[in-house]
Ligand binder design. Structure first.
Ligand SMILES: Cc1cc2nc3c(=O)[nH]c(=O)nc-3n(C[C@H](O)[C@H](O)[C@H](O)COP(=O)(O)O)c2cc1C
Length: 331
């Protein structure tokens, strides 16, 4: 049986059932911010990689001003592809939000997204609540993206810590964006917090249409011969296989806590998805959709392969609608 013959499985999902515009995706497989091609904006993708076949893609986070990023090396290991082939579970990066700034993103990139057929979400980070509002305001009337994802793993310069470490700062950032955003807003949370539930609830209370769980975990590796950290930035973010079970547990706990409450919104699971099984774990844990990150950097075809494997897996088991599996883990 080919994947086409088994197209009977309905893979469509809606990430913003509460928003008047909705955010309907043809399937739940998305590309995570920072991993759309090698530079996060599509470098290395070929025309055969038809992004419109995926649920959605999220180009790399943009900030108010352009950013150069961190000193090299920015990756550990140098090649995620070799790391994957060798079964290395530790993947670190410290890119430092290299990006052209929101003005260029809206004037130069958004028209390209609008001209294509893919569903694109715009990822934003800011260093203050007011700047989040200012950036959201700038997106008004601009075409090319069907939603906004807030990357809250960025320092709030007024309070010191990352927005996503605090329920209050999270709520303030979300509210500032919701005042202006015309599209649905996904809020991407950090995994390394004592309790993600009050932060998730605060995000939804402030208007988040969906939650993305999660970003990377702060991490460090030291070369014992040179006694130097392997990353130019000293520390970076852990992604990939090591993050996967952590993120699945966070999705599960959050989905359980929000279920049946006024804060129940779709959750998007992210962390170490390399196979359809990895993706389906998130969906069984309570995610409505998933994002593939590091796997793209090992193989730019990864999300397409994962989608195809998912169709086959579900077709072979006679599952007619992916929604049957959302939160269907049996405990
Ligand atoms: C090289 C690289 C760059 C990233 N850049 C961003 C970014 O700009 N914005 C963001 O929200 N997340 C960024 N992330 C985090 C990913 O979107 C994702 O949350 C994380 O890597 C976990 O998923 P994974 O294990 O599938 O990679 C980046 C990750 C990697 C590996």
């Amino acid at each position: 049986m080919s994947a086409t013959e088994m197209a009977a499985t309905n893979l469509s999902v809606d990430l913003a059932p509460r928003h008047p515009r909705r955010l309907k995706l043809s399937n739940p497989v998305m590309i995570a911010s920072g991993t759309l091609g090698y530079d996060g904006y599509g470098r290395g993708l070929t025309p055969e990689m038809d992004l419109s076949r995926l649920g959605a893609v999220i180009p790399k986070t943009v900030t108010r001003q352009p950013r150069e990023g961190n000193p090299e090396p920015r990756w550990y290991p140098d090649s995620f592809r070799v790391a994957r082939e060798q079964g290395e579970p530790v993947l670190l990066n410290a890119i430092g939000l290299t990006n052209p700034g929101i003005e260029t993103a809206l004037s130069d990139l958004a028209p390209q997204w609008a001209a294509g057929d893919a569903t694109v979400l715009l990822s934003l980070s800011a260093d203050s609540v007011d700047q989040f509002g200012e950036m959201a305001k700038m997106t008004g009337g601009v075409a090319g993206f069907a939603g906004i994802e807030l990357n809250l793993s960025c320092p709030n310069v007024e309070q010191g810590d990352l927005f996503s470490y605090s329920a209050k700062a999270t709520a303030q950032a979300v509210a500032a964006v919701k005042d202006y955003a015309e599209t649905p807003v996904l809020v991407k949370l950090a995994p390394n917090v004592p309790d993600i539930i009050p932060i998730a609830q605060a995000a939804v209370g402030a208007g988040a249409d969906a939650l993305t769980i999660s970003n990377t975990i702060p991490a460090m590796t030291i070369d014992v011969e040179t006694r130097r950290p392997v990353l130019g930035n000293i520390t970076g973010g852990l992604s990939g296989p090591g993050l996967h079970p952590v993120a699945v547990a966070l999705v599960y706990r959050t989905a359980q806590a929000l279920k049946g409450t006024s804060a129940e919104v779709p959750i998007i699971g992210v962390g170490g998805i390399f196979t359809a099984q990895d993706a389906l774990e998130f969906i069984l844990a309570g995610a409505t959709a998933v994002q593939v990150g590091s796997a793209n950097l090992a193989d730019l075809w990864a999300p397409f392969k994962i989608l195809e494997e998912m169709e086959i897996f579900l077709g072979e088991r006679g599952i007619t609608d992916i929604k049957e599996l959302i939160g269907a883990v049996e405990v």
